[in-house]
Unconditional design. Structure first.
Length: 222
């Protein structure tokens, strides 16, 4: 009987499993960085390498963001609460790719022409929502350390709920940026909506709290 109960006992992730999982994430991410470098210098991005680099880094940022937000459903479904400990690593890589995506656009496409960059963001809606997503990821990255989490307290969770806005805006940015072949960005958008629907109760509470805080601020005497 004791042997049977041991066999039926559900597998639980241990700290060493989480460590090796983080190592795997680093290894895979660095592999994709290596592929980016090799493709860039070997002409693997075709006749328009700038667009190829932007597309590669943008999709990498989007994929990593989706994986970050998939962790909670997977952890709950598999009853592996410790799995969320790798979420920060994935989140940092999401911003890393988003930073490369922005840097390639600013440097290779617009040659650091800052007035032109401002005009592009104002005139092109897909760039505007892309910039909003990027700023959200930047703020989440800057506040991801435990020391800052403790300092912010409850406000940290309220701030990090803005990742759901980035999750929705990022595939819209992708969809609006393409002139043809919308199937892939539409799939990304559907997956993003599914991830948001899974968190619908949490989103309702967050939006309600945002609305309540806004009402309190507007009702305060000046």
């Amino acid at each position: 009987m004791a042997n049977t109960s041991t066999k039926n006992r559900k597998f639980k992730l241990k700290p060493q499993h989480i460590t090796w999982l983080k190592v795997l994430i680093h290894a895979i991410s660095l592999l994709f960085v290596a592929i980016l470098i090799i493709q860039t210098f070997n002409g693997g991005f075709g006749a328009d390498p700038v667009k190829g680099i932007e597309h590669y880094t943008g999709k990498a940022a989007l994929n990593t963001l989706f994986l970050t937000l998939l962790l909670s459903p997977i952890a709950r479904w598999g009853k592996q609460a410790t799995l969320v400990k790798v979420r920060r690593v994935l989140g940092l890589y999401s911003f890393f790719w988003a930073l490369l995506h922005l840097s390639s656009y600013v440097s290779l496409d617009l040659s650091f022409d800052w007035p032109l960059i401002g005009e592009e963001i104002i005139q092109r809606p897909y760039l505007a929502i892309g910039a909003i997503s990027w700023i959200i990821l930047l703020l989440l990255t800057l506040t991801s350390m435990q020391k800052i989490q403790r300092k912010l307290g409850a406000r940290w969770q309220q701030l990090h709920n803005w990742v759901y806005v980035a999750l929705l805006l990022s595939p819209i940015h992708y969809l609006w940026s393409v002139k043809s072949g919308i199937t892939e960005p539409v799939i990304y958008l559907i997956v993003a909506c599914a991830l948001l629907y899974w968190r619908k109760d949490k989103l309702k509470r967050w939006l309600f709290k945002l609305g309540s805080n806004r009402e309190q601020k507007t009702s305060m005497p000046s």
